[in-house]
Design a protein around this ligand. Structure first.
Ligand SMILES: Nc1ncnc2c1ncn2[C@@H]1O[C@H](COP(=O)(O)OP(=O)(O)OP(=O)(O)O)[C@@H](O)[C@H]1O
Ligand SMILES: [Mg+2]
Length: 239
């Protein structure tokens, strides 16, 4: 049984069907990629899983139990953490304080240990607001890990990072999967990153599930290539 299972989930906003009858499963321990052109419904799916939005229909289950009866503020306690497409930190708090507020009383590593593992030792007492962008993204990841999640949802963690930072991020995602015993669902436009770290890739287009497979299978799928080449972001065509 998959750790996360999304079954026939639909969510509309007015006339837009942001997520249209999507089904996917993420096996425990997997790094799963979720890709698709702009507006495909990737972030909406994250917002449905974390219960910020309610599906119009369909079922979402985590560890065999429906999430739809779990209120949004209990999602972290169920073991699901996320980072946001637009970095969301507490700017006036220090790095350490940002991680402490992320812990939600769930056990696991101490905040200091976590910051060490993510290479943030040197900035522990700096205010979040003054950090370099790449450091902020890493801090957001540390904060998500502070709740000792079983499932980590990453929404474009590579966006805005330098080439070197993206390479480090790939290695970091693999390392934290192993050392935190995590399952990861990764939304990314950065194809080299997704194809390099994902065990399985799910593709959305206009809210619908377009394809699913290994990175190699997805990259040579004509429908996937067409969806990217037909979009306004050909630079994000699978490499
Ligand atoms: N709260 C909302 N109200 C109205 N429309 C929304 C809302 N959230 C998402 N949408 C619409 O749903 C569709 C899917 O948006 P979503 O943000 O999920 O796409 P995405 O795949 O994350 O795109 P991107 O790669 O650009 O981040 C878009 O048409 C978007 O405008
Ligand atoms: Mg998005």
């Amino acid at each position: 049984m998959p750790l996360l299972s999304v079954e026939h989930v639909t969510r509309r906003f007015g006339g837009v069907v942001a997520v249209d009858d999507v089904s996917l499963g993420v096996e425990s321990g997997q790094i799963a990629g979720l890709i698709g052109p702009n507006g495909a419904g990737k972030t909406t799916l994250f917002n449905l899983i974390t219960r910020l939005y309610r599906p119009d229909s369909g079922e979402i289950a985590f560890d065999g139990e429906s999430l739809l009866r779990t209120p949004p503020h209990r999602i972290v306690r169920r073991g699901i953490a996320r980072t946001f497409q637009n970095v969301e930190l507490f700017p006036s708090m220090t790095v350490l304080e940002n991680v402490l507020v992320g812990s939600h009383g769930r056990g696991g590593r101490s905040a200091r240990e976590l910051l060490g593992e993510l290479g943030l030792d040197a900035v522990v007492h700096r205010r979040a607001a003054g950090l370099a962008f790449g450091t902020m993204k890493r801090l957001e990841l540390a904060r998500a890990l502070a709740s000792s999640p079983r499932l980590l949802l990453l929404d474009e963690p590579a966006a805005g990072l330098s080439h070197e930072e993206v390479e480090e991020l790939g290695a970091l995602i693999r390392r934290i999967r192993a050392s935190f015993d995590l399952t990861v669902l990764l939304v990314e436009h950065h194809m080299n990153l997704v194809m390099g770290v994902a065990d399985r890739v799910h593709v959305l287009d206009f809210g619908r599930k377009l394809a699913e497979g290994s990175p190699a299978e997805v990259q040579r799928n004509p429908a996937v290539i067409e969806a990217y080449l037909g979009s306004e972001r050909p630079q994000h065509a699978p490499a």
